[in-house]
Design a binder for this molecule. Structure first.
Ligand code: ADP
Length: 232
């Protein structure tokens, strides 16, 4: 599903502030695998996720996702790739506070070309998967932190992406909501989604459905461990 070969990312390239955020990254993720990307803040996790999501380009090296060469995609094709293949969940929920849960979740489908009946059906399915269907008419600003996170999950899943990328998803959640989030990830894993979670939350240690733990330090991958749930 994901093949990363000798990827470097230098910020401010060619200036005195040039900084190598990723160095010689090689990573292979099979379809349906769940991967935890661990490492302290600043180790390069978000940078790597943004390259896989097609939000930014590597300075050199190759990234292939679902047989598409992401590292070279022009911007227009990169947004089409994201709309088709990727769902991203951030620590900040980036929701429209004055709109309802349902309106936020359905937003990515507005220009999808689906008719309204299909859009409503996909929106309901995604809200149900993320356990937020009961709040569908509530305004986002009236939700708790955990509910906002579930609304953001529903929005990230509404277009039925094969690949789900999460960047410090539990950083703003209490323990109960973090565990609920992990439960939803487990269900997505069981549905065959490929999942990468960048986190330093200890709650992600030793999870039964995690196939690989990839540890990052100063822009390098320092080890790849088989997770508890690995079948390899
Ligand atoms: P993590 O997600 O592990 O916290 P990041 O990928 O966000 O790490 O950052 C890796 C390093 O790259 C950090 O030292 C950070 O300061 C630097 N960095 C991230 N984004 C930029 C940017 N847009 N410009 C310059 N440096 C950046």
């Amino acid at each position: 599903m994901i093949e990363i070969k000798d990827v470097y990312k230098t910020y401010n390239e060619g200036t005195p502030e040039a900084f190598d955020a990723l160095k010689a990254i090689d990573l292979h993720v099979n379809k349906g695998e769940s991967v935890v990307l661990s490492g302290v803040s600043g180790s390069g996790k978000s940078t790597l996720l943004s390259l896989i999501a097609g939000l930014d380009k590597p300075s050199s090296g190759k990234i292939t996702v679902d047989n598409e060469l992401i590292s070279k995609l022009p911007d227009m094709h990169a947004s089409a790739y994201r709309a088709k293949t990727v769902g991203v969940i951030f620590q900040h929920f980036n929701l429209l506070e004055a709109l309802s849960v349902e309106e936020n979740v359905m937003a990515p489908l507005i220009h999808s070309g689906y008719d309204l009946v299909k859009i409503r059906e996909m929106t309901e399915k995604s809200m149900s998967l993320a356990s937020i269907l009961h709040k569908k008419n509530a305004e986002v600003k009236a939700l708790s932190g955990g509910e906002k996170q579930r609304c953001a999950i529903a929005r990230a899943l509404v277009h039925e992406p094969k690949l789900i990328l999460c960047d410090e998803p539990t950083a703003n959640l209490d323990r109960a909501n973090s565990l609920k989030f992990i439960e939803i990830l487990h269900a997505l894993h069981d549905m065959g989604k490929t999942i990468i979670v960048a986190t330093h939350d200890p709650l992600f240690e030793g999870l039964s459905f995690v196939n690989k733990v990839v540890h990052m330090e100063d822009g390098n991958i320092v080890n790849k461990e088989q997770g508890v749930g690995s079948s390899e």
